[in-house]
Design a protein around this ligand. Structure first.
Ligand code: G1P
Length: 279
């Protein structure tokens, strides 16, 4: 198998979760639509996808959350990105959510960008553009954005097993495990909520039994693909980049502050508000 020549044009954004950890805010709006500074959170993901050449976005949504569809309609980025929607009304896990997009993806490699994960970057290249390079420049079945995390946090993530020494360049893995115990984790590199898969991943999802949390996990589907000879590369988050899961109040507030701090004008307001002793 040689490097992949197919262009990546489509991205799936799973966004059907009910945002229970962000109640009561998520009784007003979907968590992906919560503001981060001047824009809804998911808009930052869409802009990053658009600048990496993606022209088709498929949202996986719940019929209980009409806000995303009401906001984006059928296109965004000045009409340059088509937006469509598939439903996941039963929450059976991330892989099950991705499976709902099978027909819309239509047999080509595609990105998965978790709708509640924002990656801020001061790098010249975006995490998604490097993820595309990791997929395109290697004989890859999949590529995954990864981030180093403290070992005491590994139970929150999918953790990867590098084949050899890792570097800031893309590296290959030969194993991955969802939400391991600390002693089971093969490294301190966590899956960071951005993936590219060959379309055969849908066949592996169908064969994947429920795993961690009783859910059908994409990490387990990717492991089945590796067992069948599929090769998976990881693209690390770099210095000057940070990943935020906006699914709880602490990290949502951190993401809000981080996004504002990257904006010259808003950062001044945040700094002076923080200095104001009357707060
Ligand atoms: C999901 C993935 C996990 C990944 C994480 C990143 O978990 O299953 O592999 O590390 O996102 O945010 P969740 O946060 O939905 O439990």
């Amino acid at each position: 198998m040689t490097a992949n020549s197919a262009q990546i044009r489509k991205a799936v954004i799973p966004a059907a979760g009910l945002g229970t950890r962000l109640r009561p805010l998520t009784s007003i709006t979907a968590k992906e639509m919560l503001p981060l500074g001047p824009k809804p959170a998911v808009q930052y993901i869409i802009e990053e996808l658009h600048s990496a050449g993606i022209s088709d976005i498929i949202f996986v949504v719940s019929s209980q959350k009409p806000g995303i569809r009401n906001y984006f309609g059928d296109s965004t980025c000045d009409g340059q990105v088509r937006v469509s929607y598939v439903l996941q009304d039963v929450q059976k896990g991330l892989a099950h959510a991705i499976l709902q997009a099978e027909d819309a993806v239509g047999g080509e490699p595609f990105i998965v960008a978790l709708g509640d994960t924002i990656i801020t970057s001061r790098q010249q290249t975006s995490p998604i553009s490097r993820l595309i390079d990791a997929y395109s420049c290697n004989p890859a079945f999949a590529s995954i954005t990864v981030e180093k995390v403290p070992m005491e946090d590994v139970y929150r993530y999918g953790m990867v097993k590098p084949v050899a020494q890792v570097s800031t360049e893309a590296f290959e893995i030969d194993g991955l495990i969802e939400k391991p115990k600390i002693e089971e984790s093969p490294s301190d590199y966590a899956i960071g909520g951005r993936y590219i898969f060959a379309s055969e991943i849908f066949d592996y999802i169908r064969k994947t039994p429920p795993g961690a949390l009783g859910e059908i996990q994409i990490t387990d589907a990717a492991r089945l693909a590796i067992a069948d000879g599929g090769r998976v590369w990881c693209s690390p988050v770099l210095h000057g980049e940070r990943r935020y899961d906006i699914g709880n109040f602490k990290t949502y507030c951190e993401a809000f502050a981080a996004v504002c701090m990257l904006d010259a004008e808003l950062s001044q307001s945040i700094v002076s508000a923080a200095k104001d002793s009357n707060i």
